[in-house]
Design a protein. Structure first.
Length: 185
């Protein structure tokens, strides 16, 4: 069983194409490509954490049904960390869990999950890693807080080794010594 992460697919959100400079002609094309990328990596027994903004919130009943059917095609045990666009109908989909934030252990590493980037978080002083979305392609993060959104990972889910490799190339948060003195990142 593997553990995968992603954020901000914005299924059904036509404006995400323009706002994030996504290479698609329509929301349907975007949705199909992201689903294909998910299905290429995530297996049925894997845990799949989606860190917010699964779908645009305000849609017609017909569009909700289309997005529900798309949701059912996503493999794995699906966990939602709620984002600012995840309306009640999104939270009522058949997720294995729905939370505002979560702290999990992956391959012995403490990982804190939140839709939003944080300066500090539970476990930060003990080498925990925070994963987030929300900012799309505006910021990749820092050495201990990494953006795992589709816009900075070629629209595919990522695993912890891939995230840790990117984290090593990111700068140390410029505020880290002020908020967590002595952590030695």
């Amino acid at each position: 069983m593997a553990v995968w992460f992603t954020a901000d697919p914005h299924f059904g959100h036509e404006n995400a194409i323009r706002f994030c400079n996504r290479p698609y002609a329509s929301a349907e094309e975007m949705d199909a490509h992201i689903l294909e990328r998910y299905r290429a990596r995530v297996q049925p027994d894997d845990d799949f954490w989606i860190l917010g903004d699964f779908a645009v919130g305000k849609v017609t009943n017909q569009e909700r049904e289309r997005l529900r059917q798309l949701f059912e095609q996503i493999p794995g045990k699906k966990h939602l960390i709620t984002g600012n666009h995840d309306r009640p109908w999104v939270r009522r989909l058949q997720w294995d869990s729905v939370r505002d934030m979560a702290e999990i252990l992956v391959d012995g590493r403490r990982v804190f999950l939140c839709h939003y980037p944080m300066i500090t978080f539970p476990g930060a002083r003990r080498k925990a890693l925070q994963l987030f979305g929300h900012v799309h392609n505006n910021w990749q993060g820092t050495r201990n807080s990494v953006n795992i959104g589709v816009d900075v990972w070629d629209f595919q889910p990522v695993n912890l080794p891939e995230i840790e490799q990117r984290a090593r190339s990111l700068p140390v948060n410029q505020y880290w010594d002020a908020v967590e003195p002595g952590c030695g990142l």
